[in-house]
Write a protein that binds this ligand. Structure first.
Ligand code: IMP
Length: 428
């Protein structure tokens, strides 16, 4: 079984970093295919915490790691992340490859992201201010600058000049913001070019060669299904495709070559940024769960909103990505409840919704329908296999399987690597 796609089934922050880290142990190649430095994937190695944003999590295990064409990459951020990892003793340069076709994030994307959020005021998306949406706008508007452009100074100069000129009109005349200077930006990009050049490659070719040679390729999704630009809670979403199919276009791999999809879901739900969270819990309950689940954004430090597990969301993820199994994370955060609500549908006037709708106005007057499952009131953090879990914890997982039609292949019961329950073989 040479290829696995790991995706987020909720609003991101599901704990994909830990799940990817588990599969990465036996992988040959780990590939990110969408998103950018808006992502934050956390892995603990012993007491040491690593937070990855642009670099695939596989780097921590010394695996060949690919920044795929579907990502948007801020070169300054990337070099800083590389330096941070190398200072922590993780070799990056020998293992990291960057797609020639990847779109670069520039200072004007970040300036425009900030200016637009300020313009929106109360209606803001609550972006990570990493310039993600603006970089994807340029990609799809066919005016982006790609990593391969860094390798040819005249091309870089011309494309950057044209963009800075245009973006300065937007910044100053539409948003009333300060313009950006071209020459210092070009000098910085020429410096990035020199540093990154040895890693820039035709990664689609390399990934396909690895698959053809029978190597194990792991695709590391970022964000989550409900943040997908096509299927998420638009416009309160990101600008890429976190659904499983995004791995194909974002890496240059045919759907025929994907063997397995794993959907990652927290045992409850969280969300950062603006937008609806139908199962949101009251503040005292959130305060109780937040420190145990470390529910603060890895990229922005913002406190995440918390809700009960929402199967309307998971069914949507199952529909769009057809996961072979779920990896359920943060189960230990539910250890201390007498009863645990599980959202099985939404009641909307006289109708019941079982699948998340495509427009937010369709959720007006909707309320979650809850089934209340008995809690287990015992620590799960020492469990190493399913049979170590309390009966009610296993019942909770079984109910998720029954109501989504998807089995559970992994359960995480704490932040450490050894707090991972794998059902069967990881790579099967
Ligand atoms: P952007 O991707 O920075 O444009 O942000 C758009 C929305 O997606 C905001 O609500 C962000 O909080 C959310 N978002 C983006 N990346 C992540 C992530 O990795 N985890 C959770 N939320 C994210």
């Amino acid at each position: 079984m040479p290829s696995i796609v790991v995706i987020g089934a909720q609003w991101g922050d599901e704990g994909k970093g830990r799940v990817v880290d588990t599969y990465a142990e036996q992988a040959d190649l780990v590939v990110r295919s969408q998103g950018g430095s808006n992502a934050g994937h956390t892995v603990f190695v012993g007491e040491k915490q690593f937070a990855l944003h642009l670099i695939p999590t596989g780097i921590i295990r010394g695996k060949r790691s690919v920044i795929g064409n579907g990502m948007v990459v801020d070169p300054e951020y990337l070099l800083r992340e590389m330096a941070g990892l190398e200072a922590d003793g993780v070799p990056v340069r020998p293992h990291l490859l960057i797609s020639e076709n990847v779109t670069l994030v520039t200072p004007y994307h970040k300036a425009l992201d900030r200016a637009n959020e300020e313009r929106l005021g109360d209606r803001k998306i609550g972006t990570t201010l990493q310039g993600i949406g603006n970089a994807y706008m340029d990609k799809y508007g066919r005016m982006g600058i790609r990593a391969i452009d860094l390798l040819d100074e005249p091309t870089l100069r011309e494309r950057l000049r044209e963009n800075v000129e245009m973006k300065n009109v937007l910044l100053t005349q539409v948003y009333g913001a300060a313009p950006l200077e071209f020459e210092p930006m070009l000098a910085a990009f020429l410096d990035y070019a020199e540093q990154l050049a040895p890693m820039i490659a035709d990664t689609a070719l390399l990934i396909n060669q690895a698959l053809a040679a029978g190597q194990r390729v792991l695709f590391e999704g970022a964000q989550g299904t409900m943040l997908d630009v096509d299927f998420g809670t638009y416009p309160f979403c990101t600008s890429s495709n976190p659904v499983a199919a995004g791995a194909c276009t974002g890496a240059g791999v045919s759907p025929k070559l994907i063997d397995r999809v794993v959907g990652v879901a927290k045992a409850y739900t969280t969300r950062v940024g603006s937008g609806i969270l139908p199962t949101q819990v009251d503040d005292p309950t959130a305060e109780r769960m937040r420190p145990i689940g470390r529910e603060y954004g890895t990229t922005t430090g913002r406190a995440r909103r918390i809700g009960w597990l929402d199967l309307v969301v998971l069914r949507k993820a199952a529909l769009l990505s057809a996961p072979d199994s779920w990896a359920i994370t943060h189960l230990d955060v539910l250890d201390d409840f007498d009863s645990i609500p599980l959202c099985t549908g939404y009641r909307c006037g006289g109708r019941t919704l079982e699948l998340f709708p495509n427009a937010l106005y369709q959720l007006a007057d909707c309320e979650p329908i809850y089934e209340h499952l008995p809690g287990w009131r015992q620590p799960t953090s020492g469990a190493h296999k399913l049979s170590d879990l309390p009966d009610n914890a296993r019942r909770y997982l079984d109910r998720v399987t029954e109501l989504t039609g998807t089995p559970v292949s992994m359960v995480l019961v704490g932040p450490r690597r050894d707090q991972t329950i794998v059902v069967g073989e990881t790579w099967g």
